[in-house]
Design a protein around this ligand. Structure first.
Ligand SMILES: N[C@@H](CCC(=O)N[C@@H](CS)C(=O)NCC(=O)O)C(=O)O
Length: 84
């Protein structure tokens, strides 16, 4: 199970598209960047630069940020969309 911390932005959409494509089990937690949710202390623990998207692996408790890095992580984790 994954938790995607996101707002409705292109960088966040990249991750939700990937999660849908690989049929991952996930839920979305809204971080309303218009209201400044990204600056809350709780969120900063998983996003040191106060940016969305962030993906948390609920099984390991680990969180990942930077949309490109998240896409590579998911591709490796599910062994899809990667060669070599
Ligand atoms: N290089 C980062 C960019 C992340 C980014 O700029 N996120 C924006 C929304 S798409 C954000 O969180 N903005 C809120 C802010 O800067 O306060 C990535 O690809 O994840």
């Amino acid at each position: 199970m994954f938790e995607l911390f996101a707002d409705d932005t292109p960088n966040a959409r990249k991750i939700s598209i990937m999660l849908e494509e690989i049929k991952a089990d996930y839920k979305v937690t809204l971080i309303d960047i218009g209201k400044g949710d990204q600056f809350k202390d709780e969120f900063k623990k998983i996003s040191p630069f106060n940016k969305i998207p962030v993906l948390r692996n609920s099984q390991t408790g680990q969180s990942y940020f930077e949309s490109g890095a998240i896409l590579i992580y998911l591709a490796n984790y599910f062994n899809q969309f990667m060669e070599g």
